[in-house]
Design a protein around this ligand. Structure first.
Ligand SMILES: [Zn+2]
Length: 75
């Protein structure tokens, strides 16, 4: 998690702080989700995945690892 207060104190500009805040929000959503159901989505031209349950956005590598984890958890 990014320390927004610290970033602000260091004189980071508001645009960057907004990005850090978005990342924090996304992490919080992702961590509190019971079970992700990812759907492929293009964001700013990049291939991403959005969870239907918590609305978090992650990249392909995260989804692959998540699915692999689920597969192994079944055994
Ligand atoms: Zn989710």
């Amino acid at each position: 998690m990014f320390d927004i207060e610290k970033a602000r104190n260091k004189g980071m500009d508001e645009r960057t702080i907004k990005i850090l805040q978005d990342i924090n929000d996304n992490n919080q959503k992702e961590e509190s989700c019971q079970r992700h159901e990812f759907e492929h989505e293009k964001i700013n031209g990049l291939p991403k995945y959005r969870c239907k349950n918590c609305d978090c956005v992650v990249d392909v590598a995260f989804v692959k690892g998540y699915w692999r984890g689920l597969e192994h958890g079944k055994q």
